[in-house]
Structures are given as structure tokens and as C-alpha cells.
Design a protein. Structure first.
Length: 294
């Protein structure tokens, strides 16, 4: 009998522990509902930020490791933008040089025609003078072209001209160089001097030999410049592809899936309304204590 009394008392105590205490000081239900509401609001804020920015990782606190990788890749992209600019400037310089070299090549062909005509020993004085004047004008035009064949302060056709160098990697540690070609009168490629004339048959014969050699040398210079321009074009195409690939890679890391985020937003908005309703119900619970005093 005594043992049965002890069991009844323990059972009654357990029942009292399981029953919810009525208190106006502490509302456990409201606290739980508030925690749920805060959690939903935090998730909702995250989704809204992703939708607003289009990024699932917009800062280090979203995902430190992924953000660090993305920032490093963005640094590479910035370097490649500089590479594109460097290559574009080099291409423009070479385009100007090629235009000048082609014009000089055309002038040499005309000069050869005048010089060959001037070799005719049967020419009268007036005809020879006319040919010589035309020859001199063409000769001097070479100097004018060389002096003006510059871009961004660089001239690839003048004597002692500076070669063009374009950076080709994101760190700027590697470059592609295009060697300058001296097409000035009396220079390495054009043996015609500033005083060359065809006023005599002998002078015309000398000029023909010098012009023929100059034409070959200018064609060689054009080939070198053209090859350099082609290489720059290939490098530019590769840089564009590399830049696009890295940009896509960054997007894969940090861009948000807006379709999925939109669906998540709808679900969280419903959860938020339910959490608010649950909190409101929990807040009304202490008022039921008043019924006990009626």
C-alpha cells in the first residue's frame, strides 16, 4: 500500500510537469514563434538581396572562399582589359606603319618607271628635266610619308624607330614585340639618298639599281609588319575568348539562379505570414488566464 502511494505521487508530479504553466511573465509559445519569424525574415532578406543584386555571393560574409576566388578572377579580367587596350594600340601603330610602307612601295615603283625612262640616252634635255623633277618629287614624298607615319608618338618607319611592344597576359609580365623597319631615305632598307637624281643616263642607271633593291627591301619590311599585325590579331582573338571564359566562370560562382530565388521568395513570404499568425496566437494566450478569475 505504501509503495502504491509513492507511485501515485510520482505520477501526479509528472503530469504537473507536462502540463503548460499559465504565466503572464513568460510566454514560451510567443518566444518560439518569434524565433521562427526571425529565422524566416533572415532567409527572406537573403533571397531579396540575391534578387536585387543578381548575385548569390555578393560579399565575403555570404561565402568567404567563393568570394575570394571570384575576386581573384575579377583581377585577372581587369588585367585582360588592359591587355586588350595594349594590343589595340599596337595594332593601330602597325596599321599606320603598313599604310606608310605600302605607299612607299608604290612610290618606288613609280620612281623606277621614271628612272628607267631616264636611262634612254636619246632623250632631249626638256624631257630629261621633266623626268628628273617628277623623280625628285616622288623621292621627297618618301621622307614626308616616313615622318608622318606615327601613332601615339611611335613611328615604326623612321631611322632608329622604336619597336612596338604589347602586353599579352593579365600580369603584364609577357609581351609581344614588333620590330621597327627603317624606310627612311639612305636607311637600311632604302639605299636611295636624299640627293639622288636621274638628270643623266648614268645617274638614272644607278638609281634603277638602288630602287630595285629598295623595292625588295620594302617588300620584306611589309612582310614583317604584316606578320606582326597578324600575330596581334590572333592574340587579340585569344584574349577575347579567354576573357569571356573567365567572366562565365565568375558568373557560375557568384550569380544567383533567379528562377529558383523567385520560387523561394514566394515560399518564404507564405512562411512569414504564417509565422506572424502563429506569433499573434501565442501573444493572445496569456489573456486566457483572465478566465480563471471570473
Amino acid at each position: 500500500m505504501h509503495g502504491e502511494g509513492i507511485q501515485k505521487d510520482a505520477h501526479s508530479e509528472a503530469e504537473r510537469g507536462n502540463r503548460m504553466a499559465f504565466s503572464v511573465n513568460t510566454n514560451a509559445g510567443a518566444l518560439a514563434a518569434l524565433r521562427n519569424l526571425r529565422a524566416v525574415n533572415n532567409q527572406l532578406s537573403t533571397v531579396q538581396n540575391r534578387i536585387a543584386t543578381g548575385l548569390k555571393v555578393s560579399g565575403a560574409k555570404d561565402d568567404a572562399a567563393t568570394f575570394a576566388i571570384a575576386q581573384r578572377m575579377r583581377g585577372d579580367l581587369a588585367g585582360l582589359r588592359a591587355v586588350k587596350g595594349s594590343i589595340a594600340r599596337a595594332q593601330s601603330s602597325i596599321d599606320v606603319a603598313i599604310a606608310g610602307a605600302e605607299a612607299i612601295s608604290d612610290l618606288l615603283i613609280e620612281m623606277k618607271e621614271k628612272a628607267v625612262a631616264a636611262k634612254d640616252s636619246g632623250l632631249d634635255t626638256a624631257s630629261r628635266q621633266s623626268l628628273n623633277q617628277d623623280f625628285q618629287q616622288l623621292r621627297d614624298q618618301i621622307t614626308s610619308i616616313v615622318e608622318n607615319a606615327q601613332f601615339n608618338g611611335r613611328n615604326l618607319l623612321e631611322a632608329n624607330g622604336q619597336s612596338i611592344a604589347a602586353i599579352i597576359n593579365s600580369s603584364g609580365s609577357d609581351s609581344l614585340q614588333i620590330t621597327a623597319q627603317d624606310l627612311s631615305l639612305g636607311g637600311a632598307n632604302i639605299g636611295i639618298t636624299a640627293g639622288q637624281t636621274v638628270s643623266t643616263a648614268a645617274g638614272a642607271s644607278t638609281a634603277v639599281d638602288a630602287i630595285s633593291s629598295a623595292i625588295d627591301n620594302v617588300n620584306g619590311a611589309l612582310s614583317a609588319l604584316g606578320s606582326g599585325a597578324r600575330r596581334l590579331t590572333l592574340q587579340q582573338e585569344f584574349t577575347n575568348k579567354l576573357s569571356d571564359a573567365i567572366e562565365v566562370g565568375v558568373g557560375n560562382l557568384v550569380d544567383a539562379d533567379l528562377a529558383a530565388e523567385a520560387a523561394q521568395l514566394q515560399a518564404l513570404q507564405v512562411k512569414q505570414q504564417l509565422a506572424i499568425q502563429a506569433l499573434a496566437i501565442a501573444n493572445r494566450a496569456p489573456s486566457s488566464i483572465l478566465l480563471l478569475f471570473q
